[in-house]
Design a protein around this ligand. Structure first.
Ligand SMILES: Nc1ncnc2c1ncn2[C@@H]1O[C@H](COP(=O)(O)OP(=O)(O)OP(=O)(O)O)[C@@H](O)[C@H]1O
Length: 315
């Protein structure tokens, strides 16, 4: 579509240093419309720096950044109009009431005055804060402030949503509601980029994951590829005879490159990474060797495995 760009976010070769610290060293990322893309990486990988650059709040040293097709250097106002931004920390608007706070941003984004009260009420209802109307922002709990931050990011119906750790202060129900909200916004066509350390949650929310390490893109996967039958994950084995399990595993795995077993777990062991087919074959070998296996289940998620593989060399 004209003026929208092919991607909600397109960033190529983005670099940014703070003094002698290089936070981003040539990062590439695209965020398609209609999908939730997860941004994952270890502490200090450069996620927040990237999100600040995408949100036009920090200038890159070099590289191309387009938001909804608008170059952030040439057309920052258009880029800003197209994006909604939810930082990981809350701003300093504590003296305002919840509705004044949202009305302030509605005003800043140029929403017609007569439309504002209706929009504010709709947003408060969307994030389940309608009973907080008229109450001061400072009286909200951390998780409630986070939900208000989400409402603020949506004030102007942005096509591109950038969220830094949106689930960190949320209780279980609010997390499920956030997941449903993000899925429905993506279904409506928004391009959503969300950073989080809660990998199990991202598996349910995201369509794609971009792994970032050391200021660079370290991987870009469709979630379906990571979680499908071909995915290689760690598996948890339980046995009535953990000693026999351990020795048999050592024999079976001997010489199989890349396969690792952790044998000191109570009542069992962890083995991997293996696909479902590989796990079934291993189970057959153990049973043939008379190991009394009582359980075989994935240990951790495929996204976790991809993350651990990426960060292995950093320890
Ligand atoms: N304002 C700043 N001044 C100096 N160094 C900075 C600044 N902001 C970030 N950095 C450095 O840049 C690197 C990337 O930081 P960034 O906050 O982007 O990482 P992150 O991936 O968001 O980490 P986390 O998962 O811990 O939130 C780090 O080494 C950090 O110390």
């Amino acid at each position: 579509m004209a003026g929208r760009g092919e991607f909600g976010v397109e960033a190529r070769g983005v670099t940014r240093s703070f003094g002698s610290v290089q936070a981003l060293g040539g990062l590439d990322i695209t965020v398609p419309y209609g999908q939730v893309t997860a941004l994952v990486g270890p502490n200090g990988a450069g996620k927040t720096t990237l999100l600040l650059i995408l949100a036009t709040l920090l200038a890159p040293d070099a590289g191309l950044v387009r938001i909804a097709g608008h170059d952030v250097r040439q057309s920052p106002a258009e880029a800003r109009d197209a994006l909604g931004w939810m930082p990981d920390t809350f701003g300093v608007y504590d003296q305002l009431t919840v509705d004044e706070y949202l009305a302030f941003f509605a005003d800043a984004y140029g929403l017609p005055k007569q439309e504002r009260p209706r929009r504010v009420r709709a947003l408060l209802s969307l994030v389940h804060l309608e009973d907080r109307l008229g109450q001061p922002v400072h009286a909200l709990s951390r998780g409630q402030k986070q939900r208000l931050g989400m409402a603020r990011a949506l004030v102007h119906r942005p096509r591109v949503l950038l969220l830094d750790e949106p689930a960190s202060g949320l209780d279980p129900r609010s997390r499920i509601e956030l997941r449903d909200l993000l899925r429905s916004l993506a279904a409506d066509g928004a391009a959503i980029l969300v950073s989080s350390h809660i990998l199990s949650e991202l598996e349910e929310i995201a369509d794609r994951v971009v792994l970032v390490d050391n200021g660079r893109t370290a991987g870009d996967h469709a979630m379906a590829d990571l979680t499908g039958a071909e995915a290689r994950v760690r598996w948890r084995l339980r046995s009535l005879d953990p000693g026999l399990l351990t020795t048999t595993l050592a024999r079976v795995l001997d010489g199989q490159a890349g396969l690792e077993a952790t044998a000191d777990l109570p009542g069992g062991a962890e083995v991997g990474p293996l696909t479902e087919v590989g796990a079934a074959a291993l189970l057959a070998e153990l049973v043939a060797a008379d190991v009394p296996v009582t359980g075989l289940a994935p240990a951790g998620s495929a996204l976790e495995s991809a993350y651990l593989a990426m960060t292995e060399n950093r320890r």
